[in-house]
Design a protein around this ligand. Structure first.
Ligand SMILES: Nc1ncnc2c1ncn2[C@@H]1O[C@H](COP(=O)(O)OP(=O)(O)OP(=O)(O)O)[C@@H](O)[C@H]1O
Length: 290
């Protein structure tokens, strides 16, 4: 796969390098409601960063701001030093940011392979006319796209490759999550935003997801920004964790720092967690929904 490998973050010098993603004083208002307020967040190449916080803290809004679904009311969002404010989601994708959604968004009437092929649309050159006339260069491009899509599916082992012609609706929830990630990877992103990638998964599936998310970074060099509620996932995976509460970033630090921070315990964990820190869970864990 031709995704450039990038050294994992935390290396000396990273702090001074231009961040891959740089949110600066980002605020989003919906009428009188301030969903996100003055949030600063930097992600460097090869980092895995989690955004956590209670229900309604502003996590998904941050994702929607980064990916061009919403425009910040104030503040700036830069990718490799260039502002992306005002770009639409397709343009943001072309700048190297791909995402998955809290509720899986696949084309259920398409096969596994077709769903991943759709993810490559930003990289294909054939126009409508070329496709209709089936000119040789288009056929070649289609064959290459198919080859790349199968390569992406094989990142998750052989099962999705074997089921490439199956409609995604017939796959298990965990498998559909993988297809969604494969489709996001098809645009060759520098940064992948994963919105609750283990929601609705059992323990075994969750641990498998943790492994492949780490491999995305280690083997493909893709930086990852994660919204995730499960302690085992965020603590085990993240280089850094940013905590939102009522739209503001109240803490940012290493997993161990965040875990023991009083402000986080107050805001997110509630007093119950003082007696049981392992209960670092969302109060209403999301269930599978489409
Ligand atoms: N399009 C919108 N219009 C109005 N209010 C919105 C909109 N999107 C989000 N909000 C509000 O902004 C706040 C932050 O919502 P957001 O979905 O970002 O929180 P969250 O941290 O992702 O929550 P959860 O963990 O429950 O998914 C909430 O009060 C929400 O109701």
């Amino acid at each position: 796969m031709s995704v450039t490998h990038v050294e994992p973050a935390g290396e000396a010098g990273n702090a001074s390098a231009t961040p891959l993603l740089d949110l600066s004083q980002v605020t989003k208002r919906f009428g009188g409601l301030i969903a996100v307020q003055d949030v600063d967040l930097k992600i460097h190449p090869g980092e895995i960063v989690s955004v956590i916080g209670p229900n309604g803290a502003g996590k998904t809004t941050v994702f929607n701001l980064i990916t061009g679904i919403y425009r910040p009311t104030t503040g700036d969002i830069r990718v490799d030093g260039r502002s992306i404010v005002g770009l639409n989601p397709d343009q943001v994708l072309k700048r190297g940011l791909a995402r998955t959604f809290q509720n899986i968004r696949l084309f259920n009437g398409m096969t596994v392979l077709e769903n991943v092929l759709v993810g490559q649309h930003t990289r294909l050159h054939a126009g409508v006319l070329g496709s209709l006339l089936r000119i040789p260069s288009v056929k070649r491009e289609e064959a290459e796209a198919r080859h790349r899509a199968l390569e992406l599916l094989s990142f998750f082992g052989t099962s999705l490759v074997e089921r490439q012609d199956e409609y995604v609706i017939n796959l298990s929830y965990a498998e559909r999550r993988r297809v969604e990630i494969a489709r996001a990877l098809a645009s060759q992103p520098k940064l992948l935003l994963l919105d609750e990638p283990t929601a609705g998964m059992n323990e075994v599936e969750t641990q498998e997801a943790v492994k492949y998310i780490r491999r995305l970074r280690d083997e493909l060099g893709v930086a990852i920004l994660l919204i995730e509620h499960k302690l085992t996932v965020t603590m085990g995976l993240s280089d850094r964790i940013a905590v939102l509460d009522y739209g503001k970033k109240i803490v940012e630090g290493l997993p161990d720092e965040v875990r023991h921070d009083e402000r986080v315990i107050e805001a997110y964990l509630g007093t119950a967690s003082r007696t049981n820190p392992e209960s670092f869970q969302h109060s209403s864990a999301p269930v599978e929904n489409e």
